[in-house]
Design a protein around this ligand. Structure first.
Ligand code: HEC
Length: 270
């Protein structure tokens, strides 16, 4: 048994040193950073995850926070001027990596990311990996904007759907509505209560506008405009639709479509 683990440990070190010699060269700027495949085989020896997360947090705050930010969004002050920004641990491409791959990167470093091979023990590096997993699920605490006029009070009202872009008021009912860039339209219920809620009323599958830019009410009629994609995203068209909310049938009427034109595949394509 003893011999077995000695062979394993030596093997591990030979493997690690080969990986560092072959892979620790700073890559070209702009190139994705990939850990060698074998790194996925490094398994975290951690058994007590809660304790590891706690230790990992101490290490993180001391060695990583300055670049990666308190909540791991890659927004630490020290990284602001780098060409290659510190990683945002909330991104899917980081979350999708194995513990071993993250451990390898923390060990090896690249560009402005220091190698922690010497300054952190192996156990500490695994502890910080545990904390990275935790931090990637944390939400940034809400920071309200500060009003410049003393007579304006900013309060948090409710959480809205992602990609929300417009807020508008129905002139007849007085209710607030909001829209998202990807075509969802919500009505806000009970805005004055302590727990306002929103209800999805329309979506891109109803009106076809997959990049929704503008929304306005004229009396009880809702107008939406934006872009529809066609021809396998190679071309696009502008579209204006309206919903008369007085009518029982809540089908959109297309006011007009523009001619088709080449899409440039950016969000500014409208
Ligand atoms: C001096 C700034 C700096 C510090 C301190 C720092 N990092 Fe980084 N980190 C970076 C930068 C910059 C990158 C992107 C490197 C690249 O892609 O070339 C990065 C990338 C990473 C990645 C790779 C994520 C991916 O894209 O796959 C991990 C994991 C990581 N850092 C973890 C840590 C941990 C854990 C610590 C603390 C022990 C730490 N970093 C400390 C700057 C820093």
């Amino acid at each position: 048994m003893k011999n077995g683990s000695a062979v394993f440990v030596t093997g591990f070190f030979i493997l690690m040193s080969t990986l560092f010699i072959t892979c620790n060269q700073p890559d070209e700027k702009g190139e994705e950073w990939e850990a060698p495949r074998d790194a996925d085989d490094f398994k975290s020896p951690i058994r007590n995850n809660l304790l590891a997360e706690e230790k990992g947090k101490e290490i993180y705050n001391l060695y990583c926070l300055s670049c990666h930010g308190t909540y791991g969004f890659g927004d630490g002050a020290a990284g602001a001027s780098f060409d290659r920004k510190p990683a945002n641990f909330h991104q899917r491409k980081v979350k999708a990596q194995s513990d071993g791959a993250l451990f390898w990167k923390i060990t090896a470093g690249r560009t402005n990311m220091p190698a922690f091979k010497e300054s952190l023990s192996e156990e500490q590096r695994w502890q910080v990996v545990s904390y990275l997993r935790k931090i990637s699920e944390m939400e940034q605490p809400l920071k309200l904007p500060v009003a410049l006029r003393p007579d304006i009070k900013v309060e948090h009202m409710m959480k809205v759907d992602s990609l929300s872009v417009r807020i508008l008021q129905n002139q007849v009912t007085g209710n607030l509505w909001y829209t998202t860039f990807n075509g969802n339209v919500f009505e806000i219920k009970n805005p004055d209560s302590t727990q306002p809620q929103s209800q999805k009323i329309f979506s891109a599958s109803d009106h076809g506008i997959t990049s929704l830019q503008g929304a306005v009410f004229l009396k009880n009629t809702l107008y939406l405009c934006g872009n529809i994609v066609s021809n396998d995203r190679k071309t696009t068209k502008g579209r204006l639709v309206c919903y008369n909310l007085d009518s029982v049938n809540k089908q959109p009427a297309v006011v007009f479509n523009t001619v088709e034109y080449a899409a440039n595949k950016t969000v500014f394509d409208h």
